[in-house]
Design a protein around this ligand. Structure first.
Ligand code: AMP
Length: 397
């Protein structure tokens, strides 16, 4: 599923129209204060475009996980205040979602102004993708725009259900996600290299299976590599391993060989005598990790081999750190991959969301990458080739 055929904001006339925009304003809050406004900033391109076009904008998002009904701990009010500072138009906050206040404020909305609805998850119908609720949301507007990539893998009323009742297109954020990830999966410039890391094989089985049909090389590092190396008969000490996935790892390696996909696994590792940032650490070959040691990062030889492969790639998709990158001592392998990617100027570099995006940002490589996905779960499902209901529901070109 590449979704390259989906209509975007550029394909529809929004002039003076009432436009319902599903944003991802699910920002981290610290005692009611926004700790990181990246998600609001990322929504600005779409919102500013609509402001310029003099659309009447109804913005909608969830925030956190409110349990039951209206709970002001999860109010979007702080988002409305921050958005008003970031955009040159009036931002009005509604005190409800589908209630009287919303409909009254829509009637009074001027072209180019934004009405932000309260947290859509105050209604349990949202997550149930309730059809009547979706219809009510749709009744507010002329056009639906989905720009919440981070929730596009969920079939909720405001992410998918509403698209049944309105002309539905993607915003610029989703358009960018599709143009990088969809293009890489459908028409990659080759060699196409995928780098997978992180803790568990079980989380990435479907990604590996889907990518084996597409990539030229698959690089596996991080915690998940030990299950693969154990399947090859290596001694992995106390390294993280999913024993019930060893046969699967073996069969994935066999499948890769049959398909002519090159697989690179670590040949050396930094290992520690304890799972602890201050442990005694040493460098050992990956097939001879001592019994009482645990693998915490890829080693120097491995870094060189992986970097060499990356240096002549034309497309790279990377998901998951190469070691326990939260600990500076064991972030070296992850840094070496980020460095190799930024050194290759000829390559389209795409970072899956979640931990890899956080690592690339923390390590200072964010502006060197072509695309850092804004959705952890959603980007993983995109790479798995799964249907993303929030995108599937949009109109085709
Ligand atoms: P994931 O969420 O699957 O992408 O995994 C990210 C997590 O994997 C990070 O918290 C890393 O600390 C962890 N990780 C990476 N390498 C290792 C390793 N060798 N041992 C244990 N955990 C690891």
């Amino acid at each position: 599923m590449s979704y390259l055929n989906k209509k975007t904001l550029q394909d529809i006339d929004v002039d003076q129209k009432i436009v319902f925009v599903r944003c991802d304003f699910n920002v981290p809050l610290d005692n009611g204060t926004i700790a990181d406004d990246k998600r609001i900033i990322e929504s600005l391109k779409t919102l500013k475009y609509l402001v310029e076009k003099k659309a009447k904008i109804i913005a909608c998002s969830h925030l956190g996980r409110p349990k039951d009904g209206f709970d002001m701990e999860f109010s979007l009010k702080p988002v409305a205040d921050r958005l008003a500072k970031l955009i040159d138009t009036k931002v009005i906050m509604s005190s409800d979602v589908i209630g009287e206040d919303t409909f009254k404020k829509i009637n009074n909305l001027n072209p180019g102004e934004i009405l932000l609805l309260e947290n859509i998850r105050f209604h349990k119908e949202e997550k149930k993708n309730d059809r009547e609720f979706a219809k009510k949301l749709a009744s507010m507007a002329d056009i639906y725009v989905n720009d919440a990539f981070g929730t596009s893998h969920r079939a909720h009323a405001s992410t998918a259900g509403i698209a049944e009742f309105l002309p539905a297109v993607s915003g610029f954020l989703i358009e960018k996600e599709i143009s990088f990830m969809g293009e890489a999966l459908a028409n990659p410039k080759r060699p196409f290299v995928a780098i997978l890391g992180g803790s568990k094989v079980s989380d990435k089985i479907s990604v590996i299976e889907n990518l084996l049909d597409k990539v030229d090389t698959l690089i596996i590092g991080g915690g998940m590599a030990y299950t693969f190396n154990k399947s090859k008969g290596y001694k992995i000490g106390t390294s993280i391993c999913e024993d019930d996935k060893i046969d699967l790892a073996k069969s994935l390696l066999k499948k890769a060989a049959e398909k002519g996909v090159k697989i690179l696994l670590p040949v050396d590792n930094m290992v520690g005598d304890d799972f602890n940032p201050n442990c005694n650490a040493k460098l050992v070959d990956s097939d001879k990790i001592p019994d009482e040691y645990t693998g915490l990062d890829i080693g120097a030889k491995t870094q060189e081999i992986f970097a060499e492969e990356i240096s002549h790639a034309k497309t790279v998709i990377w998901n998951g750190p190469m070691g326990v990158a939260e600990w500076d001592r064991f972030a070296i392998g992850t840094i070496s991959i980020a460095q190799a990617l930024s050194d290759n100027k000829d390559c389209v570099s795409i970072i899956g969301g979640g931990d890899s995006a956080a690592a690339v940002e923390k390590l200072g490589f964010a502006d060197k990458m072509d695309h850092i996905s804004t959705g952890g779960g959603a980007s993983l499902e995109f790479l798995e080739g799964k249907v993303l209901p929030g995108i599937a529901a949009l109109m085709n070109k």
